[in-house]
Design a protein around this ligand. Structure first.
Ligand code: SAM
Length: 427
């Protein structure tokens, strides 16, 4: 505690002002503007403006309305910014210098302690706390540090979480079944997952469908409670994608399958590089549980596993390369077959937004036909209107495929993006 407690300058100005919650025991004068001023100084560490006072005047009519003024102040973004400083910094010198002269006017030390407890903890001081803080203030420490100590206390944090459960929370996009969606870059939970993959830059200008698919997979599996140590996962057309290694650190077992060594040995980002079969660690973006991840050469249209083997099956950016719609259909059937009932399937493939048919991207009706399967149910309808809400310039894959943001692309006149779908196996 000693590090927290700074020394105050002497102040003889002990003008008494109205307390928060007006404790009957505190011998204070209560005047109309003072109750509002006290509230602002104790909670926001600043004087109210004229407009603040005008707006807060009803607070003077009853204890209940005064309580609402405090709720209003605690619920403000301004308090959250101050609280972040007070939680992070032991010595917030600038804020302290600004508030201290006003706090010094709030009655005797005993009265001030009472005001602070009422305002911050919403209760009278207890004998132990009162004695501690009386001694600390008598030793010449700043009053603002008493406020800070209360704001940093677990008791206040619990109270704050109860009064302001939205604190630190902004509405966020949580759709699972959708076209690649830039709104996800505004979701902190989603962005934490993206950052945890290491391989994807976490800034908006670097926005890329690859990062979207990887992160959306992990986001969906997390939300669907599939990230558990008893879960067995199969990836189809896996290449050496970073999510394999991420999952290996968190689930029972991951089996990566791909036609390694075929055309993708040299094309694209060499996703089909067969050397992963002999040296998987070379492709790992971070240390991983090597005993949990197995790479197998296997055609996604003919999976060499018994029925109902896996809890989770997924395939990212691959089935469109399995020899057209028929190959993709075969892979969907196979993936559904090897899943346990109740298991989760996640599939990302190419979705045409406009232009002529493309040999490696599906038209919307083909996508919806592919996603119809007798034993699979989408966990929610697919939002295929995402790109109706954004202005965009497609990245021309022939001219510069590396340009970012890389969320909508064009090739040979076709404009397409990724579609992501999560299913449960019903039977
Ligand atoms: C665009 S890459 C995607 C790789 C990985 N999912 C990723 O997102 O990084 C397509 C992958 O599909 C694989 N592939 C192509 N035809 C396949 C088939 N019939 N069965 C399994 N994998 C196949 C390729 O070898 C390649 O690794």
């Amino acid at each position: 505690m000693s590090r927290l407690w700074g020394r105050k300058q002497s102040s003889d100005d002990r003008r008494v002002v109205a307390p928060p919650g007006a404790p009957a025991s505190a011998a204070v004068k209560s005047s109309a503007p003072n109750a509002i001023e006290v509230a602002y100084w104790l909670v926001l560490w600043r004087a109210p403006t004229d407009a603040d006072i005008r707006e807060a005047l009803p607070a003077l009519h009853s204890a209940e309305r005064l309580h609402h003024l405090y709720l209003h102040l605690f619920g403000s973004a301004e308090f959250r910014r101050l609280a972040d400083i007070l939680w992070d910094e032991l010595d917030p010198a600038r804020a302290r210098r600004a508030v201290e002269p006003a706090l010094a006017t709030m009655g005797s030390d005993a009265e001030f302690i009472e005001f602070a407890y009422r305002a911050i903890l919403g209760r009278p001081s207890d004998p132990e706390g009162r004695a501690t803080y009386l001694a600390i203030l008598a030793a010449g420490h700043w009053r603002s540090y008493l406020l800070q100590a209360l704001i940093r206390s677990p008791e206040f944090k619990t109270r704050f979480a109860m009064l302001c459960p939205q604190a630190g929370f902004l509405p966020r996009d949580i759709q699972l079944c959708e076209l690649a969606n830039p709104a996800k870059w505004n979701n902190p939970e989603w962005m934490d997952l993206l950052a945890s993959l290491v391989v994807v830059p976490p800034d908006k200008p670097s926005m890329h469908r690859k990062g979207y698919e990887f992160t959306q997979l992990l986001f969906g599996l997390t939300r669907l409670n599939c990230i558990r140590d008893d879960v067995h996962v199969l990836s189809v057309g896996a290449g050496h994608e970073a999510v394999l290694y991420w999952l290996a650190n968190r689930v029972a077992r991951v089996i990566a399958t791909d036609m390694y060594g075929a055309v993708w040995q040299e094309t694209g980002a060499r996703e089909g590089d067969e050397s992963v079969l002999v040296d998987a660690a070379r492709f790992a973006p971070f240390p991983y549980r090597q005993d949990r991840l197995v790479f197998l050469k296997m055609d996604g249209r003919f999976l060499a596993f018994p029925d109902a083997t896996f809890d989770v099956v997924y395939s990212l950016s691959s089935i469109e390369h399995f020899d057209g719609f028929r190959g993709a259909r075969l892979a969907m059937d196979e993936m559904a077959r090897v899943m346990k009932p109740g298991g989760v399937l996640a599939v990302a493939t190419e979705y045409c937004l406009s232009g002529p048919p493309h040999h490696e991207a599906f038209q919307p009706d083909q996508v919806f036909a592919l996603l119809q399967h007798p034993s699979l149910t989408l966990v929610q309808p697919i939002d295929n209107r995402v790109w109706d809400r954004y202005e965009y310039v497609p990245v021309d894959l022939r001219r510069n495929p590396y340009e970012t943001p890389n969320m909508v692309v064009s090739d040979l006149g076709s404009v397409f993006t990724s579609v992501m779908a999560f299913f449960r196996k019903t039977h």
